[in-house]
Design a protein around this ligand. Structure first.
Ligand code: FES
Length: 137
């Protein structure tokens, strides 16, 4: 379910034109995902090409209580490498991040963060997000 928050409208962002790699660190697991632009979108949750959509499309569980429409902060992640290749964070995303714990300068909402594919990424779900995910299972 890819969705758009009707209160903030659709966003424009560059999608990748070449393959790139994302290392997802969630809990004790580390998953390497090869992102192929030819396979986007996966029609999962979040903006087309977003970290959340890619994660879910490859079986990497990141919490996403609002369904990927920038209306919660449960998909909060730390982009440890490759942040410069990601779409810019806007006011709506920043407002939601203000409600999250353990926010860093490299924090993003996974459902709103769209890499352009010019760099490989390392993405970590913060400790509090991992705890929520574990409690849900
Ligand atoms: S899933 Fe709610 S803001 Fe990303």
């Amino acid at each position: 379910m890819a969705g758009v928050n009707p209160y903030i409208g659709a966003r424009r962002h560059a999608l990748p034109t070449r393959k790139y790699r994302i290392v997802f660190r969630v809990g004790d697991e580390e998953r390497v995902v090869e992102v192929d632009p030819a396979r986007l979108p996966y029609d999962e949750t979040g903006l087309k090409g977003s970290l959340l959509e890619i994660a879910l499309g490859h079986g990497v569980e990141i919490d996403h209580a609002c369904g990927g429409v920038c209306a919660c902060s449960t998909c909060h992640v730390h982009v440890l490498e490759g942040l410069a290749s990601c779409s810019e964070s806007d006011d709506a995303e920043q407002d939601m991040l203000d409600t999250a714990r353990d926010v860093k300068t490299f924090s993003r909402l996974a459902c709103q963060c769209v890499p352009d594919g010019t760099k490989d990424l390392v993405v970590r779900a913060p400790e509090w997000n991992r705890n929520l995910s574990q409690e849900g299972h």
